[in-house]
Design a protein around this ligand. Structure first.
Ligand SMILES: [Zn+2]
Length: 84
């Protein structure tokens, strides 16, 4: 139950933050969100595409045309072999 309360708290904080007109980047900073955490959370359906893009840019996440995340190793998509 504790984690549910925590989740509710984070959601309310996030909503309050957004309703004041702050950007999703400043929200991520306020939460202390790390890139590794973003990588696990970025597929949430509730995120607007442009907000997702904002955090992808913030964390320098490169996404291929096929919508797979491109590995930082060589900049080539491991799924379709395409380059962004
Ligand atoms: Zn691809």
């Amino acid at each position: 139950m504790a984690s549910q309360l925590k989740t509710a708290e984070m959601q309310l904080l996030g909503f309050g933050h957004a309703s004041k007109g702050f950007s999703i980047e400043s929200l991520a900073d306020a939460m202390g969100l790390k890139k590794s955490e973003w990588m696990k959370l970025r597929n949430l359906d509730d995120l607007k595409p442009n907000d997702k893009q904002s955090l992808d840019d913030k964390f320098q996440v490169k996404v291929c045309k096929c919508s797979r995340v491109i590995g930082i190793k060589n900049g080539i998509c491991m799924t379709c072999n395409g380059v962004r």
